[in-house]
Design a protein around this ligand. Structure first.
Ligand code: ASP
Ligand code: MG
Length: 439
């Protein structure tokens, strides 16, 4: 079986859905189709939730009405057959009625997640009706029946595999399955999700669970690029990346792929392909065990980073100092991205400021602490990059004029990371594009 995941823009217009129907029937191999919500929907649902949280019922109603109108137009373009159109209407009524009812109940975390789940529930049901109209035999599998989180709110791959195999066994004669990305159930059995952009993660988890031949992620660009096309003029698609390289790029800012989505595929050694719905014949990027070539492959940038500079007050050379620091971050469930140390000082970077004040207060008991906000991690990724000829020399020559807050080199053989003030990001990415990629 292969997995084909289509993102929001790939399902966001009726003509795109038609095109997807062609793509999923292009060969004989059984396929699990994972769909995102129509583009813009999850953002709209987040907004509706925010308005409800702010007791702005009128604002929420307004948003709901606009969204409903959009879906009404969508189904009238997508479906011609009267009975199917009527069924689509019922689908919309059910989900929009739910959204309207939420305005009468007080908003809880659980209800918020129920609201966020509506997008994928609708996109898959509408796509299924379209397949029916096109006489394409398939089964719609509710992700809520098999996508499970464990007590730590992490996907429970063993349980997912068990449940999904059970679900698939009920459809022995089907070749095409459709399911929702993003949504799942938590350990309490409530509707939950895999965080924004999590449909990629769904696809990779399913790929691992069914030991798929390939996990295809279809978006609207032709694979992972060497640099951010929104920031620099010229970028090129990367043909092949190793799982490790791709994970680093996704984590450090490449928007095309959800950062956590690599590990399930990697665990089962299933290639992940990034393909373009607009150009289905283009080779895209393949992510697999082997890196292909050695050397610098790409640069990615991640904004909204905070540098925390911690200087030991008394504990010069003291053992246990690092442990005490890490314990503070652990206590507040704040993960550290970059770290650099000197004899008496440690600098770390974090991307989550939810508990920053508590962290600073506690650290201040053992050290003097300085915080620098508005930082960007620029991460240069490539197989065995550390062994590449003169790579540091070229890099620092290229970005000679950029002030650097932190440098991390040697942590992974595939990565060099710099922390810079965000105002220098655009220039830095442009200089790196010239200096390291000759573009
Ligand atoms: N619809 C969700 C989002 O927009 C999940 C996804 O598309 O991957 O974040
Ligand atoms: Mg996405």
């Amino acid at each position: 079986m292969k997995i084909m995941k289509f993102g929001g823009t790939s399902v966001g217009k009726p003509e795109r859905m038609r095109q997807i129907a062609q793509l999923i029937t292009a060969d004989k191999e059984p396929v699990m189709v994972v769909l995102s919500a129509l583009s813009g929907t999850t953002n709209a649902l987040v907004e509706i939730s925010h308005r409800l949280a702010a007791s702005d019922k009128e604002g929420a109603s307004e948003k709901i009405a606009i969204l409903e109108k959009h879906y009404q137009n969508f189904i009238h373009d997508l479906l011609q057959e009267a009975t199917l159109l009527a069924m689509a209407n019922e689908v919309l009524n059910e989900h929009f009625e739910f959204l309207r009812i939420t305005q009468k109940i007080s908003l809880s975390d659980a209800l918020n997640k129920d609201i966020l789940a509506q997008g994928e529930l609708m996109s898959t049901k509408l796509f299924s009706l379209f397949l029916e109209q096109s006489k394409i035999d398939h089964a719609l599998l509710p992700a809520l029946d098999f996508m499970s989180l464990d007590q730590n709110e992490e996907p429970d791959l063993v349980l997912i595999q068990e449940k999904l195999n059970g679900v698939l066994a009920n459809h022995p004669n089907k070749n095409i399955f459709v399911t929702q990305g993003y949504i799942c159930r938590n350990a309490k059995g409530e509707v939950d999700n895999l965080k924004r952009g999590g449909s990629d993660y769904t696809a990779s988890l399913i790929a691992a669970a069914v030991k798929a031949t390939v996990c295809e992620i279809w978006t609207d660009i032709d694979g992972m690029h060497n640099n951010d096309p929104r920031v620099v003029d010229k970028t090129v698609a990367i043909e092949q990346l190793s799982f490790d390289e791709a994970a680093e790029l996704a984590y450090f800012g490449a928007k095309i792929l959800h950062p956590t989505c690599i590990w399930p595929a990697q665990q089962e050694n299933i290639p992940v392909k990034l393909l373009n719905t607009m150009e289905p014949k283009a080779p895209g990027t393949v992510i697999m065990k082997e890196a292909g070539t050695v050397g610098v492959k790409a640069v990615a940038a991640k904004d909204d980073i905070i540098a925390v500079k911690i200087k030991s007050t008394r504990m010069l050379l003291a053992y246990g100092f690092l442990r005490k620091i890490f314990e503070v971050f652990e206590k507040y469930k704040t993960s550290i991205d970059m770290i650099t140390t000197s004899e008496v000082a440690v600098s770390v970077s974090i991307d989550n400021d939810m508990h920053l004040n508590e962290i600073i207060t506690e650290l201040s008991n053992i050290a003097s602490v300085e915080v620098e906000k508005n930082q960007t991690i620029v991460s240069i990724v490539g197989n065995e990059i550390a062994k590449t000829d003169a790579v540091l020399n070229k890099l620092f020559q290229a970005i000679n004029e950029v002030p650097i807050t932190m440098v991390s080199y040697g942590g992974s053989p595939h990565n060099i990371s710099l922390l810079i003030p965000s105002e220098h990001k655009t220039k830095t990415l442009q200089l790196i594009n010239k200096g390291l990629f000759n573009l």
